[in-house]
Design a protein around this ligand. Structure first.
Ligand code: ZN
Length: 403
């Protein structure tokens, strides 16, 4: 653990001169995009940038005007993340983007070795990633961070078109995310209650959500009060509301992004994701306090930049965890620095079936984030019916890297 590293990141973010690139909207952006970006804030320059890749088959071509459209869309999503970080006090920081002199994003464009349909939704990602690895081996200067976003143009056939795009990979794989491009994927339609506008919300919301995963974020939901005030969390179902209805990043998400590689401000010397720390959690205790608040206490052997707690109903499978409610206040005891406590009022988790029925299996995920961005997850499961003021038997305790 190196406390100086944390301090230096925060201090650098505050001290560095701000880039004007995010507010000087490039001239070649469309008038519609300029209008959508009018509220842009100045973002601190970044030490590492997201790799943006455009990949298509040898018998195919990019969707029309893809460089301008995607530059506008990524600039918009960069602002969304940056404004959330600023709102929670992390500074005007977002994921870094490689920018060309004309203001466009520097997109790595790769024409694949195989026909476009040989990279399908089911299983196509591995072939794309293998060819991309070859590209990065030949062009190491283009590998700007460990985070990569890959866009592929929609298939064009009897089933798929610009009006009904599909066919290509569209999901996250670790720190790499895939999303789809199509001819009308254009920021100028954002918020329009038209077929093009609704399609844009679906696919830009999807892009912003998948990007969250690639930048280290798990799914999460807010509390009813937070959702009433701010809308739908992006890492809940915000991919369906983005641009159309209020959509937000939770503070818990921003706490994780604070130590995500592409959010590091220029000059940051942290080497990311190399920790070999062995995390242990012991002496767990789950109680019901005053009949209205779940209290979870535990000891751990290590120190972290942040800890979040997520609570949900079973099952715990991939993509069955959108509803898990997150608590970003997991507090370290002042007298005993190995002891942590998180309090979860039942009114804040009333959306969970376990709370409504006091039956079934529940789970609490603790996500520990180190100063260099490594994440460790630790899950305890319990029976909702067995929770008492004195304590609760815990079962199936598991620990895994990531979250
Ligand atoms: Zn997701």
């Amino acid at each position: 653990m190196n406390t100086k590293t944390i301090l230096s990141i925060t201090a650098l973010a505050a001290m560095l001169p701000l880039s004007s690139s995010a507010v000087d909207i490039p001239q070649n952006f469309s008038e519609g995009a300029k209008a959508k970006l009018a509220g842009s804030i100045e973002l601190a320059p970044s030490e590492h940038q997201l790799n943006i890749v455009y990949f298509y088959g040898c018998d195919f071509q990019p969707a029309r005007d893809h460089e301008r459209r995607l530059s506008e869309l990524f600039t918009y999503v960069q602002q969304f993340y940056g404004q959330a970080m600023q709102r929670y006090g992390f500074g005007a920081r977002s994921f870094g983007l490689p920018i060309l002199p004309n203001g466009n994003v520097d997109i790595i464009t790769i024409k694949g070795k195989l026909p476009h349909k040989d990279y399908p939704y089911n299983g196509g990602h591995g072939k794309v990633q293998a060819e991309l690895a070859e590209y990065f081996a030949a062009h190491p200067e283009k590998h700007r961070s460990g985070h990569t976003f890959i866009l592929m143009p929609t298939w064009l056939d009897d089933k798929f078109s610009d009006e009904n795009p599909g066919g290509v990979p569209y999901y996250g794989v670790g720190k790499t995310a895939f999303a789809m491009d199509y001819g009308d994927f254009d920021l100028q339609y954002l918020g329009d209650d038209t077929p093009k506008g609704r399609l844009l919300t679906k696919y830009l919301g999807g892009l912003a959500h998948e990007l969250g995963h690639a930048l280290n974020l798990p799914h999460n939901n807010g509390t009813p009060d937070q959702n009433k005030a701010m809308g739908t969390p992006l890492m809940n179902a915000g991919n369906y509301t983005f641009g159309m209805k209020p959509t937000y990043l939770t503070k818990a998400s921003c706490k994780i992004l604070d130590t995500s590689e592409t959010f590091a401000p220029k000059g940051c010397k942290t080497v990311f994701y190399t920790s070999q720390q062995d995390v242990k959690v012991t002496d767990q205790e789950l109680t019901l306090e005053n009949g209205d608040t779940l209290v979870f206490k535990f000891h751990t052997n290590a120190k972290f930049k942040c800890v979040n707690a997520y609570i949900q109903d079973a099952p715990f499978a991939v993509n069955e965890d959108y509803e898990k409610v997150v608590f970003d206040k997991v507090e370290r005891d002042a007298a005993d620095p190995t002891l942590y406590t998180v309090r979860m009022p039942l009114k804040d988790i009333a959306s969970l079936k376990g709370v409504q029925q006091r039956a079934g299996v529940g789970g609490i995920d603790l996500v520990f984030v180190e100063e260099e961005g490594s994440r460790h997850s630790y899950r305890v499961q319990f029976d909702w019916s067995a929770i008492t003021p004195q304590g609760t038997p815990l079962r199936d305790i598991i620990h895994f890297k990531g979250c």
